[in-house]
Write a protein of this length. Structure first.
Lengths: 248, 667
């Protein structure tokens, strides 16, 4: 396949960026999107140009590090995949592909397509945990039976990979889907109930202070989420927040 | 010169750990506040160690090269974590887990460490559940288990095919709690560039901020290396793109012995290579072998027809299929350990029975499981068990609930539906049992420098059993290191803060800066990846699933030549004072180019076959691995002395008190 790539190039957080066009040839449909980017970078290095910086690590859709906005969609046109799992067979010979970083005020660009998502870490540090020491002196794991449906729903929420596609997709750059997934995981499990009130208040407070926008229920985040995290989580977090605020 | 003292406590095996814990020195809570510990890496071992050390009261500084500690490659572990809970009442016990692990490792691991691992395993599950890790449960609300290779019980706890993710997020949450309290200072996008040794003790590291390229000095009273394995020396592996040996290799060059570098795990069930553009390989969890049957056609003409696209695997009659694992190993069948399954796949493919265009793939087939589960479900629901379409639909739903994410991953990569047609799989490099040599306290041969998790060598011998890596990472980080490190640090309560103005910091920083500048000044003609790929090819062809003396000798020569060419002709673009992935990678590949040679040297030296290390010269008439216990019941620990060729071999003899060393058979 022969393609035209239009890629956002930006030297660092302070420098202005711009779209630069690169032609690329001999792309195999079996390549992953990032393997296609590897080929481009190899060509740029051969020419003595600066290769395109992008974040990636596991390349199997679980670490959450890859983060491109491809043809106007987070992680590109395929559903329920990250960019590293997107394959070139989803494109046609002769296509022009636009590649931008995840854009949000809370995600400043580091270089080219790599952005700083440490705001997500800080939200988790504000309350995304159960305050139990790791001494091993806990009760037997089977001491508290947990309803399978609750356990499964908690698991579904916990599969969020923290990639930030929800933020990049949202017209308000809201982080509600990400935050609600963590709040929900703990809200659904007995272990998480003890600190539920403080958790939701602290995490939402941190989310707001990081400069993420508000949720206006467009649901775009759920559509673009590579792990299919459900909007129900946002509803659950709103309930948790409301009840915590009344108690608090 | 460092000595090789494994410091195994006296007394009966089952009491060693308890007695040791009771007798070692402690640091008082007030003094812990005066002590700094550096942890490099945030996978299961590094994250759990950071959290626990911080909870105990130490000041912890943790480093990871990724943009968040949650991205470490433990996140990608799929199938599960072992623990001797015996919840299934199927005869499991601490001893049995210990026995299976020693046998699985082909009697090349340290008995006392493995026993301790089995002992603390049950605690890990309790701990993780308390943290809110959502393990799979049955309808009664209790924890569910499944089976993994090389064992006859169900002791594996899991969270669908994302167990590593859930456990790592649990450890990450424990870290977050401590970061929030200010007890851990987290350095994301930082890479450890060197270890600083003062008066023979590990006293800090030189780190590089990968965003702006600045070198930083960080001092501490102890340094913990939890940087994972070195599978990426093969270029193609199931490791993450960034996984590297550099932290472990830097401490090796500063005096830590490197043990059993040739012990590598080639995992039998990975998605086959599709072309030259391939950047990494994807694992299909071993848990799939609970329900998937592995086969190739019996007749070569069927193989040809399948490759030509004239015959579909689903059209092949039962009697024309060779379920070769069930045929060769009736007792364990499809659940033989990984090394055995990998070699058996290679044997069939080498004989010409590979089922894809490259001839390097076998089938992993779920049709029988779909039938079995479908009938069971139809029976439970009172539906017609003879309605084939219904049975298939119900069966597929069960398989989806168990392995849904793995099937989806396969479909996205291969573009075939594994619910309808068998998966194609082939072995790939996955895990390294070898690593930094550590004593019973997990300390390396450098005082104050520890290695935990995959980065060390101690628990898996020559082959690791499935679902044991997660167990070891968390055991080391949550329950072992936090005790043993106190014994060492109890001598440091009066040391006070260590100054980073020490000449040792100055010298180490300059060395790092010079090396980075040398890469940039080289301005050669080949990219960093060019060298990495060539190294990988040498490793796979000559140090892969089967090895022989001639090939290993060639590998040593070729790797050395490649390394010399690298320093002359590598092309690294950009500067050292910006976000520069090429520069970061150049440093990692430089270290792989040294490790690769030591790897081949170690494999050449060990003329026996054991576990994942298969020397063609040492096999039984049936083609099984043949150990040489008389000459090789030891750990090879290599001391750095300049070039890898000059590395000096030290031997730690392995003594088995509680276990009879036998031929490992899964027949």
């Amino acid at each position: 396949m022969k393609l035209t790539l239009k890629i956002w190039r930006q030297a660092n957080a302070q420098a202005p960026g711009k779209m630069v066009t690169y032609p690329i040839d001999n792309v195999s449909p079996d390549m992953s999107f990032l393997e296609m980017m590897d080929v481009l970078n190899e060509q740029l290095i051969q020419k003595g140009d600066d290769p395109v910086a992008f974040d990636h690590d596991c390349r199997e859709g679980i670490c959450g590090m890859c983060s491109m906005f491809i043809n106007g969609e987070a992680h590109g046109p395929d559903r329920l995949v990250t960019t590293c799992q997107l394959h070139m067979r989803k494109f046609k010979d002769g296509d022009t592909i636009t590649i931008e970083p995840f854009r949000a005020n809370a995600f400043p660009v580091i270089k080219d397509l790599a952005v700083d998502r440490s705001a997500f870490d800080r939200i988790q540090q504000a309350g995304g945990f159960v305050s139990v020491n790791t001494s091993g002196n806990t009760q037997d794991a089977n001491a508290i039976p947990i309803d399978k449906h609750d356990a499964d729903r908690a698991f579904d929420a916990a599969t969020c990979i923290g990639c930030g596609a929800c933020v990049a997709t949202c017209k308000n750059a809201s982080a509600m889907l990400f935050v609600s997934a963590k709040v929900s995981q703990y809200a659904l499990l007995p272990q998480g109930k003890v600190e539920a009130t403080d958790r939701v208040l602290n995490m939402v407070k941190q989310m707001d202070s990081e400069g993420f926008g508000n949720c206006t229920n467009t649901g775009a985040c759920e559509v673009e989420c590579p792990k299919g995290i459900s909007l129900e989580n946002i509803a659950r977090m709103n309930r948790e927040y409301l009840s915590a605020s009344i108690k608090g | 010169m460092a000595t090789l003292d494994s410091k195994i406590p006296q007394g009966p095996l089952s009491e060693k750990w308890t007695n040791h814990k009771s007798k070692i020195n402690l640091v008082s809570p007030a003094n812990k506040r005066l002590i700094d510990v550096i942890v490099v890496g945030t996978g299961l071992a590094g994250a759990s160690a950071s959290a626990t050390l911080a909870e105990l009261g130490y000041n912890v500084k943790t480093f990871c090269f990724q943009d968040s500690p949650r991205r470490a490659h433990s996140i990608a572990a799929q199938g599960g974590i072992n623990a001797a809970k015996n919840y299934q009442g199927d005869g499991d016990s601490t001893y049995r887990l210990f026995y299976d692990t020693i046998k699985g490792g082909d009697y090349r691991s340290r008995e006392s460490n493995v026993y301790r691992l089995a002992e603390v395993s049950a605690n890990i599950i309790d701990q993780c559940v308390a943290q809110g890790v959502p393990f799979a449960r049955d309808y009664g609300g209790l924890l569910d288990n499944r089976s993994f290779g090389g064992v006859l019980v169900s002791r594996t706890f899991y969270a669908k095919g994302q167990t590593g993710q859930q456990l790592l997020l649990g450890a990450y949450s424990a870290m977050n709690r401590q970061i929030g309290r200010g007890k851990i200072k987290m350095y994301n996008r930082h890479e450890m560039m060197d270890l600083v040794v003062i008066d023979g003790k590990a006293r800090g590291i030189i780190a590089r901020n990968l965003v702006n390229g600045k070198l930083e000095r960080h001092s501490a009273h102890a340094v913990v290396i939890a940087s994972g394995g070195y599978g990426n020396v093969f270029f193609l592996s199931t490791n993450a793109m960034g996984s590297n040996v550099s932290a472990a290799w830097k401490i090796h060059k500063r005096g830590a012995y490197f043990a059993n570098p040739c012990f590598t795990q080639i995992h039998p069930t990975c998605i086959p290579v599709s072309g030259d553009h391939q950047s990494k390989l994807t694992l299909m969890s071993e848990s799939l072998r609970n329900d998937g049957r592995i086969w190739v056609p019996k007749k070569l003409e069927d193989v040809k027809a399948i490759r030509a696209g004239k015959l579909k695997p689903t059209d092949l009659a039962e009697e024309d299929r060779d379920y070769y694992l069930e045929r060769r190993y009736p007792a364990f069948g499809n659940l033989v350990p990984r090394d055995v399954a990998s070699r058996a796949a290679k044997e069939r493919c080498d004989a010409g029975f590979g089922v894809n265009a490259t001839g390097e793939a076998v089938y992993l087939d779920f049709a029988a499981a779909i039938q079995r589960y479908g009938k069971e479900q139809a029976h439970v629901k009172g539906l017609d068990e003879n309605d084939a379409a219904l049975v298939k639909k119900l069966g597929q739903a069960v398989v989806k609930a168990k392995y849904g994410n793995l099937f989806q991953m396969y479909e996205k990569i291969v573009d075939q539906n594994p619910y309808e047609t068998p998966m194609m799989i082939y072995p790939a490099v996955h895990y390294t049992m070898g690593g930094v040599w550590v004593d019973y306290n997990l300390m390396t041969t450098i005082p104050g420098c520890y290695a935990i998790g995959e980065a060390n060598f101690s628990d898996h011998g020559a082959n690791r059993l499935g679902a044991s890596a997660l167990m070891q990472g968390l055991a080391d980080g949550y329950f072992v290191l936090p005790y043993t490190i106190g014994d060492y640090l109890s001598n440091d309560i009066r040391t006070g803060t260590i100054s980073t103005d020490d000449p040792a910091f100055e010298a180490a920083e300059k060395e790092v800066a010079d090396k980075l500048q040398a890469f940039l000044n080289c301005k050669g003609k080949n990219s960093v990846d060019y060298y990495h790929k060539r190294l990988g090819k040498i490793m796979w062809d000559k140090c892969g699933m089967s090895r022989n003396a001639d090939g290993l000798r060639e590998a040593i020569v070729e790797i050395k030549a490649l390394r010399e060419d690298f320093y002359k002709n590598v092309n690294v673009t950009g500067t050292a004072s910006e976000f520069n992935e090429q520069l970061a990678k150049a440093g990692r590949v430089a270290d792989f180019l040294e490790l690769g040679e030591l790897f081949a040297k170690d494999a050449l030296e060990r003329t026996e076959s054991c576990g994942g290390h298969f020397r063609e010269e040492s096999q039984t008439p049936e083609g099984e691995a043949l150990r040489d216990d008389k000459n090789f019941t030891f750990v090879s620990a290599w001391e750095y002395q300049g070039e890898p060729a000059q590395a000096k071999l030290h031997k730690e003899p392995l003594n088995y008190e509680e276990i009879e060393v036998k031929t490992r058979s899964y027949k």
